[in-house]
Ligand binder design. Structure first.
Ligand code: SF4
Ligand code: SF4
Length: 343
C-alpha cells in the first residue's frame, strides 16, 4: 500500500475513532485505559499498519463500522464486515503510548476548556510524585521503553503541578540520564519554562488549542491567545527549534485558511504544531455546541489530509520537521496524521 492510501485509511479510522472487537478474540497485550487524549476514559487498542500507529476506543456495538478479525493468527480490520486493512499488528502500550511512559499526573482540572476530554474521574488521586517516579523506573525495565512524557490537568493549582513535574523530572533524569523526557504543562508565567528545563525536560508542549482567535475566546475562556504565543516564543528560546510543540485542534467551524495561518504563526517562531481533529463525544458535545451555537460539523477524510499536507508544507517552509521529537504525540502518532511520518 502506498503512503497516500495508508494515510487515507488512517484518516478514516481517526474519524470513526472506534472499533468492535469480538469477544472470542484474545489479544496479545492488555487494552489501555487513557485518562487524557482522544480516547480518554475508554478502553482502547493501538494498531499498526504501514508504519502508522492508530489508537481506537473499543466499542461494544457489534454493528460498529470497523471491527477486528483474527484469521490464522493474523489480524485484519473490517469495514462494514468487508476487509479494510489486512495484517495489522496490535502494538503494546507502555503507559498510554507505544514505547513511552506517558503519564497524566492529574485527571482533574480547575479550568474549563470546552473540548476537553480529560476523564475527570479522579482516578489518579492516590498517586503522588514519588509513586510516579517509581512507576516510570519500573517501566524502564521493559525492552520497549524509549521515552518519558508528563502531562496533567491543573489541580489544585498550576504551581503544584509544575512542582510535581519538576520532582519527577529530577528524579527520573538522575537515574535515566539518556532517556528523553517531554512535558506538557500549562504555563502561567515564563519562569516556569526555565524551571522545567533545568529540572531535566528535553521537549515541551504548550497548547494554543484553538487556531481561530474568536473561537479561542469562547472555547478556552480561562486563557489568553497572545499570552500563549508569547510563552511559546520563550519556550523556543530555551528549548530550541524543533523541541517545542503546541496542540492545534480543528473541526469546530473554523476555515482551512485559519488553521494554516495559525500553523504558520507557530512555525515562524520555531514551534512545530501538533494538529488534531476535535473528538466530539458525550463528555464534550453539549458544552461545545452550546458555546459555538451550531452543530459541530462533520470532518471529511479529504479535509484531514488537506490540512496534514498544508501542515507539512508550512513546516518545510520554515525548515522544521516532526522528526526532531522523541516524545509525546508527534513521536507516538496514534491520534493524528503526522507530517513526515504519515504523509
Ligand atoms: S487546561 Fe483545559 S485542556 Fe488542559 S486539562 Fe484543563 S480543561 Fe483540559
Ligand atoms: S498521539 Fe498523543 S494523545 Fe494520542 S495516544 Fe499518542 S501520546 Fe496519547
Amino acid at each position: 500500500m502506498n503512503k497516500i492510501d495508508s494515510a487515507r485509511k488512517k484518516a478514516e479510522l481517526i474519524i470513526n475513532n472506534k472499533i468492535y472487537i469480538p469477544k472470542d478474540i484474545k489479544l496479545s497485550y492488555p487494552m489501555d485505559r487513557s485518562t487524557a487524549g482522544p480516547t480518554s476514559g475508554s478502553l482502547s487498542i493501538t494498531l499498526t499498519f504501514a508504519n502508522k500507529n492508530v489508537k481506537l476506543a473499543i466499542s461494544q456495538d457489534q454493528n460498529e463500522c470497523f471491527s477486528l478479525q483474527k484469521e490464522n493468527d493474523k489480524f485484519h480490520i473490517l469495514k462494514d464486515k468487508k476487509i479494510f486493512l489486512e495484517n495489522v499488528e496490535i502494538t503494546p502500550i507502555l503507559f498510554h503510548a507505544p514505547r513511552q511512559a506517558f503519564i497524566n499526573l492529574d485527571d482533574r482540572c480547575i479550568y474549563s476548556c470546552a473540548f476537553c476530554n480529560l476523564s475527570k474521574q479522579g482516578f489518579l488521586q492516590e498517586y503522588d510524585a514519588e509513586k510516579f517516579v517509581k512507576l516510570i523506573l519500573k517501566a524502564s525495565n521493559r525492552s520497549d521503553f524509549q521515552a518519558v512524557a508528563l502531562t496533567s490537568g491543573v489541580y489544585p493549582d498550576n504551581t503544584e503541578i509544575i512542582k510535581k513535574m519538576c520532582y519527577i523530572l529530577k528524579n527520573v533524569k538522575e537515574k535515566l540520564p539518556n532517556i528523553p523526557i517531554g512535558v506538557e504543562p500549562c504555563i502561567s508565567n515564563k519562569k516556569e519554562i526555565l524551571v522545567l528545563k533545568k529540572a531535566g525536560a528535553d521537549e515541551i508542549k504548550i497548547n494554543l488549542q484553538i487556531p481561530d482567535r474568536d473561537l479561542f475566546g469562547k472555547i478556552c475562556p480561562d486563557f489568553c491567545y497572545d499570552d500563549v504565543l508569547n510563552i511559546l516564543k520563550e519556550a523556543v528560546r530555551l528549548f530550541g527549534k524543533g523541541k517545542v510543540t503546541s496542540n492545534i485542534i480543528y473541526g469546530l467551524g473554523e476555515s482551512d485558511r485559519s488553521v494554516i495561518k495559525t500553523i504558520e504563526k507557530l512555525a515562524e517562531i520555531g514551534v512545530v504544531p501538533t494538529l488534531r481533529k476535535v473528538r466530539i463525544n458525550e463528555l464534550n458535545k453539549k458544552k461545545l455546541e452550546e458555546i459555538i451555537s451550531y452543530k459541530s460539523p462533520n470532518i471529511s477524510v479529504d479535509r484531514i489530509l488537506r490540512i496534514a499536507h498544508g501542515h507539512k508544507k508550512m513546516l518545510e517552509k520554515y525548515c522544521l520537521t516532526t522528526k526532531t521529537f522523541e516524545t509525546m504525540c508527534l513521536k507516538c502518532g496514534c491520534c493524528d496524521i503526522v507530517p513526515f511520518w504519515d504523509v
